[in-house]
Design a protein around this ligand. Structure first.
Ligand code: CA
Length: 224
């Protein structure tokens, strides 16, 4: 799942990115309101982490704008403004959660996960198809009884396929969820990744296999 982090302190932005990527998310970082608007215009985000004091404006302006345009994206405000009035203003402007700096990174990650659990249980903790299981909170993958060590991106791809187990996932949808704007990717990045994950599943003796539907996308199916 893809997140937008709007934060103008570059060191904190980097730490947020690392922690969220480790938790299995794809992260786009932007430092200001204008860049955030550009990203929101062209990409679908599962949630947004929003700093309020931005170099080119106030995050609250962006939040109000977003709520006028795309009502459903969960927003977590991350700010040093810590008065009760600030919190009320943030929540009233449409934020779903409010975390005050300094904060503990595991709490932020847990809160982002909680935000994503809300809309119709989009995020199951345990995803499975045939004998392949992914625990989305610990990012553990199992084939039968054995643990399969995958890279974070391989795991993210598997998650996309498991969420639609047995149905075709369009490649645009996978790419959109897997790669942020800053991720250097060649035109064949997804093919290479699919090839690798397919081999890993085969080598582990999985009963589920990745099938390519030419011109459309990929699906996870039973057997070969
Ligand atoms: Ca700031």
């Amino acid at each position: 799942m893809r997140l937008l982090v709007v934060e103008d302190e570059s060191e904190l932005a980097m730490l947020l990115r690392q922690a969220l990527e480790r938790a299995g998310f794809t992260v786009d970082n932007v430092a200001g309101q204008a860049a955030a608007e550009d990203h929101l215009a062209v990409a679908d985000y599962a949630a947004i982490v929003l700093d309020l004091g931005l170099a080119d404006g106030d995050g609250m302006t962006l939040l109000r704008l977003m709520r006028r345009q795309r009502a459903a994206v969960p927003v977590l405000i991350l700010t040093a403004r810590d008065t009760p009035e600030d919190r009320v203003a943030g929540l009233d402007a449409g934020a779903d959660d409010y975390l005050v700096k300094p904060f503990h990174m595991p709490e932020l990650v847990a809160r982002v996960r909680a935000l994503l659990r809300r809309p119709a249980a989009v995020l199951d903790v345990r995803l499975g198809f045939a004998d392949v299981v992914l625990e989305t909170d610990s990012r553990t993958v199992r084939v039968g009884e054995g643990v399969l060590a995958l890279s974070p991106r391989e795991t993210a791809l598997l998650e996309q396929l498991l969420r639609r187990g047995g149905k075709v996932v369009p490649r645009e949808s996978i790419e959109q969820n897997l790669y942020g704007f800053d991720t250097p990717t060649g035109p064949n990045a997804l093919e290479v990744l699919v090839h690798r994950l397919r081999r890993r599943l085969q080598d582990a003796g999985a009963k589920a296999a990745i099938h390519t539907i030419r011109g459309v996308g990929y699906l996870l199916a039973d057997g070969e």
